[in-house]
Write a new protein. Structure first.
Length: 142
């Protein structure tokens, strides 16, 4: 049994971390904060690392992005409860950097985005889903 009212106490349960945090406006109240656990984020990063490693260079880019999107949306739907924006930003950043690394090592001539286009917009144009949208209020669909 864990008493969450004790200072520094938290509970990790089905991928979430539950803990009471102080009020951000300085009031004496505390609120229950629910967010994806560090272990869940690490597992997600490990799965995405495996999906974008050097053994996957044979897959066409649209197929790889489709698989990544399917996995990301499932993970985001499970963790849409609570305050998951920080974890979503971390996973988005990690996926983008892994995908850029993956695209660059696919052949002897490194992949580059079209001239005048940033990596972020190029990956979005290729169809990569973004978890941490400013308007993300609830489950991620389609």
């Amino acid at each position: 049994m864990v008493d969450l009212r004790e200072k520094g106490a938290s509970l990790d349960f089905p991928g979430y971390t539950f803990r009471y945090d102080r009020d951000r406006k300085g009031r004496s109240r505390k609120y229950l904060n629910v967010f994806p656990s560090k272990k869940a984020v690490q597992r997600e990063r490990a799965k995405r690392h495996e999906m974008t490693n050097s053994h996957q260079c044979f897959k066409p880019i649209p197929m790889l992005i489709g698989e990544l999107n399917r996995q990301l949306k499932g993970w985001a739907n499970y963790f849409s409860f609570g305050y998951s924006t920080g974890a979503f930003w971390e996973i988005d950043w990690y996926i983008r950097s892994r995908l850029i690394q993956h695209l660059r090592r696919r052949s002897q001539r490194p992949f580059r985005p079209p001239k005048g286009e940033a990596w972020y917009t190029h990956l979005q144009r290729l169809g990569l889903a973004c978890l941490a949208r400013p308007s993300a209020r609830g489950p991620v669909h389609a």
